[in-house]
Design a protein around this ligand. Structure first.
Ligand SMILES: NC(=O)C1=CN([C@@H]2O[C@H](COP(=O)(O)OP(=O)(O)OC[C@H]3O[C@@H](n4cnc5c(N)ncnc54)[C@H](OP(=O)(O)O)[C@@H]3O)[C@@H](O)[C@H]2O)C=CC1
Ligand SMILES: N[C@@H](CC=O)C(=O)O
Ligand code: NA
Length: 373
């Protein structure tokens, strides 16, 4: 597809909710790309700007200031939906919600957006990895009004911009049989253990490495959601539900996976600020585990496994010999994901690269947006 051949009538009207690390980066990338986009709305939790009357926030690029100084309002995701309805009714351009939040409330509103004819692109895992009924309303809903139902794309929910969701879709849709998926699914936990395994006594502490992962934009808004394994469990749920044999396997989503948690008992209910402040008190617990593994010639890695025949879905901290691919080939926030399938036989299809960070996540969101042209 040649972007220069797409006239203004083919422009996508894009409403961006969530302008933190990923959302801001997405807007920057949208400004630079030669495809025709019209920003229809920009919103955060208590503020929103609407451009549904055809005005534009580009190229002036003053949206950040304008958003901060706009009137406070609640439930911006509902306000944005109301503002988008007339755009859909007017016909012509496709209308898209990009949800860059990690909000369950926004995720719960997806069926309403889709039924109103709005398409959805999102890196937010909540809608696809929680209650199965919500997932079914999103993935199997039917048109209720006169407008065609919207479609959704969620590539960045697993492996950030890495082509994990699209690869699994292709494998299944072309009739291959997936037998097992395994790998390192957390950019944060990958970074932490890649760095942590390098040092031993006297090296950087566990908590200081977690702080760098947070500063680099790898962690969830609350880093505890990475360290307790919930983020990996969510990703395993998202992939499992795409595999026909496992679609109904996890009625409560990630909670049914019961991942190994690295969060100290005393910090389980701490908010993000308290969590980071008190984490150094627990450094010695993991240091002991790392040093014991090192004595055996091993390193620690947090892995996820989906076994289709047995229905086993696990997220856990494991020891690997220093020669293993999970020990030797990973750097930074790399994810590595292996698809074992009938067609690929004994040599699994392997995807590896940065699995977290604002730039690569926004790129995955952008690649989904381009699928709508
Ligand atoms: N960072 C990464 O590497 C990756 C991130 N993701 C996912 O991307 C999403 C965004 O992550 P990130 O940018 O780091 O998160 P941030 O915490 O940096 O930003 C979140 C944004 O969402 C807004 N927001 C939160 N709740 C609501 C709500 N109810 N209604 C409207 N806006 C809301 C926040 O606004 P306010 O400030 O007003 O609260 C903020 O603008 C998450 O779902 C994350 O899991 C996925 C893959 C990789
Ligand atoms: N916090 C997540 C971000 C991507 O999903 C991670 O560390 O992998
Ligand atoms: Na991805």
């Amino acid at each position: 597809m040649n972007p220069n051949q797409l006239g203004p009538e083919r422009a996508l009207s894009v409403a961006v909710i969530g302008v933190g690390g990923v959302g801001k980066e997405l807007i920057e990338q949208l400004k630079d790309i030669p495809f025709p986009f019209q920003i229809a709305a920009v919103a955060k939790s208590n503020k929103m700007l609407l451009f549904t009357d055809g005005t534009t926030c580009f190229p002036v690029g003053q949206w950040q200031n304008a958003l901060i100084h706009s009137e406070s309002t609640k439930d911006t995701h509902l306000g944005v939906l109301d503002a988008l309805r007339p755009l859909v009714k007017a016909g012509g351009r496709k209308v898209v919600l990009v949800d860059n939040t990690s909000s369950q409330d926004v995720a719960n509103s997806y069926p309403d957006y889709l039924n109103a004819g709005v398409n959805i692109v999102t890196p937010n895992k909540k809608a696809f990895s929680g209650d199965l009924q919500l997932y079914k309303r999103i993935s199997q809903g039917e048109t209720t009004g006169g407008v065609p139902r919207g479609v959704f794309y969620n590539e960045s929910t697993v492996g950030a911009g890495l082509p994990i969701i699209s690869t699994l879709k292709d494998l299944i849709n072309t009739g291959d049989k997936v037998t097992k998926i395994e790998g390192v699914f957390s950019g944060t936990l990958s970074y932490i253990f890649n760095e942590y395994s390098k040092g031993q006594e006297g090296g950087p502490s566990f908590s200081s490495i977690v702080q760098v992962a947070k500063d680099n934009g790898y962690t969830e808004p609350h880093p505890g959601d990475d360290l307790n394994g919930a983020d990996v469990a969510r990703k395993l749920t998202i992939l499992s539900r795409m595999i026909p044999e496992l679609r109904d396997r996890l009625p409560n989503g990630h909670e049914d996976v019961k991942p190994t948690s690295l969060v100290p008992e005393a910090l389980k209910t701490a908010n993000a600020e308290e969590f980071m402040r008190r984490l150094p008190d627990f450094d010695s617990e993991l240091a002991k585990r790392r040093d014991e593994a090192a004595k055996r010639g091993n390193v620690l890695r947090y892995v996820g496994v989906i076994e289709v025949a047995s229905g086993k879905i696990e997220a856990k901290l494991e020891e690997y010999p220093k020669t293993h691919a999970f020990a030797t080939s990973l750097q930074g926030s790399d994810n590595i994901i292996m698809f074992h399938t009938e067609r690929y036989g004994a040599r699994p299809l392997l995807i590896q690269g940065a699995g977290a960070g604002n730039a690569v996540t926004a790129m995955g969101v952008m690649s989904d947006l381009l699928k709508l042209f």
